[in-house]
Write a protein of this length. Structure first.
Length: 503
């Protein structure tokens, strides 16, 4: 029996097909109208490749889909047969049909590690969404930390829950944002990844289903794969409109995942900012399904438009006053500096106690000096000043990169995000993996879309972070354009991977 992780109803699939105008467009490569069954098959295949329909999702029966689309059952049967022939559908008598990807798919899935600093002279590295430290504030924070260190140096130095002064500062930050929080609800971790890893060990042991935004943060997806989670992808809404709430509500009811991981604030990689009402509805749906909702807020402070800083959506925890559903993850690595590897978890006190108890088998605690530096930033005006430096630089880089990509690659499609550190670009119908491969040969390094997806989705995308500006951003776009030209012409060298991701 197939182990599908979700199901797509006939009305939902008809809506998704209609939104991409898959049916009725029907133009073949020579300008001739394609048969209706082929247009339907191509539409479903594109939905799978772009992550709008997950792999291993059960599709509706032929009769149901024919009724929803107002086409003949013969058309649907022929489309399903074409999908089976292409490797995008598997079927079994009595069990139905479910989506798949062709066997031997070579697409990348892992994250992209940062290059060593000494490689910066020869390669424009757009692989990681990280900026230099906001000076002088980082240095001042460590000067303040050194002044506070002597009393701690006379102790054993192990603080599994985190330094009390930092736990209090983080709790005060949530309280100031309208979410009353006690220090007992905070555990300090070694970066956001340390926080997510600890939560996964506690809430989603091997074999458990975990629902995730689709696309989502590449390193977290890989972490979850490594711990044996069964990922259940839920597609984001079109553009930067946030979540597809009907899809989330259906997934939570049908798959009953133990845990869900979402990034509501300037989502990585799309940059989407989820509005209050969607946050409220997702918390309610997770509560009804018995699903723990892990909310990654690492990008929350990176609001790049000055006019947007008032009236921002409330933290997800504000819609869970009892603390039974939402577990929040935060970090200084995006807002301040990736080298300041301090993150945290905000959760109900009993969850925090369980996380702390389990930490003895992981890393015991986070570095004391770095915790003191972060506490100095949070208890002075250093945090606000440092984040403002980061916002200005990220906004300047974003504007330079957007202008350069529009000039050099006018057929690429994207929505300019109002915050965060990443631009999610559809690469003009070309293979993002091929562009990434050729681009690295030409001196620009970008992660391709499948790194942020499940089972090879998003082959037609690349992620471009706001890590360079000015002339460097212009040169990066020029090298990407050269790579795209080579991929489009077929002159980039042979490989199993296609030049384009749709026929």
């Amino acid at each position: 029996m197939p182990q599908w992780t979700s199901a797509v109803g006939a009305p939902q699939l008809a809506r998704l097909l209609g939104s991409q105008r898959a049916l009725g467009s029907g133009e073949g490569t020579a300008g001739r109208r394609a048969p209706a069954y082929r247009a339907l098959a191509d539409g479903v295949r594109l939905l799978v490749l772009e992550g709008r329909v997950p792999v291993a999702a059960r599709l509706p029966a032929e009769r149901e889909l024919a009724g929803a689309l107002a086409v003949s059952r013969t058309t649907v049967a022929a489309a399903y047969e074409a999908l089976r022939a292409d490797g995008f559908l598997e079927s079994r008598r009595g069990a139905g049909s479910w989506t798949a990807v062709p066997a031997g798919n070579p697409l990348p899935a892992r994250g992209l590690e940062p290059l060593p600093p000494e490689a910066a002279g020869t390669m424009i590295d757009l692989g990681c969404a990280a900026l230099p430290a906001p000076e002088p504030w980082l240095s001042r924070a460590f000067e303040g930390a050194l002044a506070e260190l002597p009393p701690y140096a006379r102790t054993h130095g192990d603080y599994p829950a985190g330094l009390p002064v930092l736990r209090q500062a983080i709790a005060d930050g949530y309280t100031a944002r309208g979410v009353p929080t006690m220090p007992e609800q905070i555990m300090v971790t070694t970066g956001a990844m340390g926080a997510v890893a600890a939560i996964c060990r506690l809430l989603a042991p091997a074999g458990e289903r975990v629902a995730v935004d689709h696309p989502s943060y590449a390193n977290v997806l890989q972490l979850m794969r490594d711990v044996g989670a069964r990922l259940v992808p839920v597609a984001m809404a079109d553009g930067l409109a946030g979540w597809d709430l009907p899809a989330w509500q259906h997934t939570l009811r049908a798959a009953a995942p133990r845990m869900a991981y979402v990034v509501p604030d300037f989502h990585n990689p799309t940059g989407a900012l989820v509005p209050d009402e969607q946050r409220r509805e997702l918390v309610a749906a997770a509560r009804a399904a018995g699903t723990s909702l892990v909310v990654d807020e690492t990008m929350a402070g990176l609001v790049l438009e000055a006019g947007d800083r008032e009236g921002l959506p409330r933290p997800m925890a504000a819609f869970d006053p009892g603390g039974s559903v939402v577990v929040t993850v935060g970090s200084a690595s995006k807002a301040i500096w990736a080298g300041l590897r301090i993150g945290w978890v905000r959760a109900a006190p009993d969850v925090v106690r369980n996380l702390v108890a389990a930490r003895a088998y992981a890393d015991l605690g986070s570095p004391v000096l770095e915790q003191l530096a972060l506490a100095w930033l949070m208890t002075t005006d250093g945090w606000d000043q440092a984040v403002e430096v980061r916002r200005r630089r990220a906004a300047e880089n974003r504007d330079a990169l957007v202008a350069a990509v529009r000039r050099e690659l006018p057929d690429w499609e994207f929505t300019v995000p109002r915050g965060g550190l990443t631009l999610w670009a559809r690469a003009g119908g070309l293979s993002g993996s091929r562009i990434a491969e050729v681009g690295e040969r030409l001196g620009v390094r970008v992660p391709s879309g499948p790194r942020f997806g499940v089972d090879g989705a998003f082959e037609g995308y690349v992620r471009l972070p706001f890590t360079v500006g000015g002339a460097v951003a212009a040169e990066a776009a020029s090298r990407l354009a050269a790579a795209a030209d080579l991929v489009a012409s077929g002159a980039a060298g042979e490989r199993d991977m296609p030049r384009t991701f749709v026929a």
